[in-house]
Structure formats: C-alpha cells, structure tokens
Design a protein around this ligand. Structure first.
Ligand code: PRP
Ligand code: ZN
Ligand code: MG
Length: 226
C-alpha cells in the first residue's frame, strides 16, 4: 500500500515546451525548490509542494494512480487519455481543474498543399497519421467519416511524404513544421493549452489544505496575468 503523504506532489514535464513556463507559474505562486542532483524530484522549500519531472504523457496516469496529486499538462495529452478511457467505457479519474494560459496550440487535420479542401468527407477511405488516435477517432465519428488511423509516436508530419499516410492529425503551434513538410491545416479538432490536471475524487485530508492553498494562489496569479 502507498503510505499516506503529507506533502503535495505536482508533476510537470521534464523536457519540453511546457517545462519552463510550468515551473515559472508555480514559482510565481510563491513556491521554491531544492533540486536533487538528478533533477527528477524537486523538494519544496517554501511550502510542502514537491515537483516530479516526468514525460508529459505519464502525467494523467500518475494522478489517476495517486502517485501525484496535481500536474501541468497539455489539454491534448489529457484529452487523448480521457477519450481513450471513454472509448473503453471506463470512467476518467483525472480532470482539467484550470486552464493556464500558456502553451497554446491546436490539434488539427493537415493535408498536402496540393489538395483542394472540400470538407471532412474528403478523408473517407484515407489513411491518417497521428499521435492522438482517440481524439481523431472522436472527430471522425462526429463527422461520419470512415478512415484508417496510423498511430505514430512522433515525426507525424513526414508520414505523407513517406507514403505511410495520406494526411495527418497533429499539433500546430507556429505552423512551421507543417509548412516545412508541404502540408496545410484544414480543420481544427481541439484548441489546446497547458492545464492544471487533478483527481476527480477528493484529495486526502492531509493534502486537501495544501492543494486549496496552491489553487488559491494560482487563481490570484492568473487574475493578475489576465
Ligand atoms: C509538436 C507537433 C509538431 C510541432 C508543431 O511537436 O507534434 O511536430 O510541435 O509546432 P510548429 O507548428 O510550431 O512547427 P513537439 O515539439 O511537441 O515534439 P513531439 O512531436 O516530438 O512531441
Ligand atoms: Zn509527449
Ligand atoms: Mg511533433
């Protein structure tokens, strides 16, 4: 059995676009840490709030299992895992508590530049490469489109050129990656940004007060940032 903790554990992305802004946001809530040499665990100094630095895809699972209490993760990652659970008829145990206003991007369908886009029906019978099969499946179903999903964990934009897929569904931020691969965005599936994720269930009594303190400070910081 996992021992009861009396320090809050917040998971953030180890390396990536959300790492620095996530840390900066938590720091502006008055938190500071003493870093361990391996930097995967940061011990909270000014408050009993520790950081765990992990792969973003692992964050929802860490919260669901109770190993972490909160996490900063893209809505795209959280949404994909929640949609995957729904498809398996399982209840999601993690939810979006707050939108954090950074890391904005879109999950979009992109097609080769030379296609003349006439609408989702164009994708019928086509192969779509993505790292977001559950969110893509939801969108295809909602649009009554039957297409094949080719699941890739990265470098999705190269799939059409390789002949591995006809089009893709991937995150678009500046649009530079699409342009470099002769692709253009045609439909947006999800408006994403960094979110604070937390459990659907109540916090353990020992942690509830700390979590409330952090949320209160976060709301204060977000109000000033607006
Ligand atoms: C995302 C996404 C695209 C790229 C889009 O990848 O998968 O490849 O960013 O950004 P742009 O529109 O500004 O070019 P990310 O950097 O998160 O890496 P990953 O795909 O390996 O997770
Ligand atoms: Zn990732
Ligand atoms: Mg990518």
């Amino acid at each position: 059995m996992t021992p009861v903790r009396d320090r809050l554990r917040v998971a953030i992305q180890k390396n990536g676009r959300l790492s620095e802004p996530a840390r900066a946001l938590l720091a502006s809530c008055g938190l500071s840490w003493r870093e361990s040499p391996d930097k995967l665990f940061c011990y909270g100094e000014s408050a009993p709030v520790d950081l765990l630095l992990v792969r973003d895809d692992d964050i929802p699972g860490l919260i669901a299992s109770g190993l972490c209490d909160l996490g900063v993760v893209g809505r795209n990652v959280l949404g994909e895992q929640m949609s995957d659970l729904r498809a398996a008829n399982r209840d999601a145990s993690v939810s979006e508590l707050r939108a954090l206003g950074f890391g904005g991007c879109k999950l979009s369908i992109a097609v080769p530049n030379d296609w003349t886009w006439t609408g989702p029906a164009m994708l019928s019978g086509k192969r779509l490469a993505t790292s977001y099969p559950a969110l893509l499946r939801d969108w295809l179903d909602a649009n009554n489109v039957q297409a094949d999903i080719v699941e890739l964990s990265g470098s999705v934009e190269i799939a059409p050129r390789l002949g591995q897929a006809d089009a893709i569904c991937d995150l678009v931020s500046s649009g530079a990656t699409l342009a470099a691969n002769q692709l253009k965005p045609v439909e947006d599936i999800l408006q994403s940004e960094a979110v604070l994720a937390g459990p659907v269930r109540d916090f353990d009594p020992a942690l509830a007060g700390i979590a409330e303190m952090l949320l209160r400070r976060l709301d204060g910081v977000m109000k000033i940032r607006d």
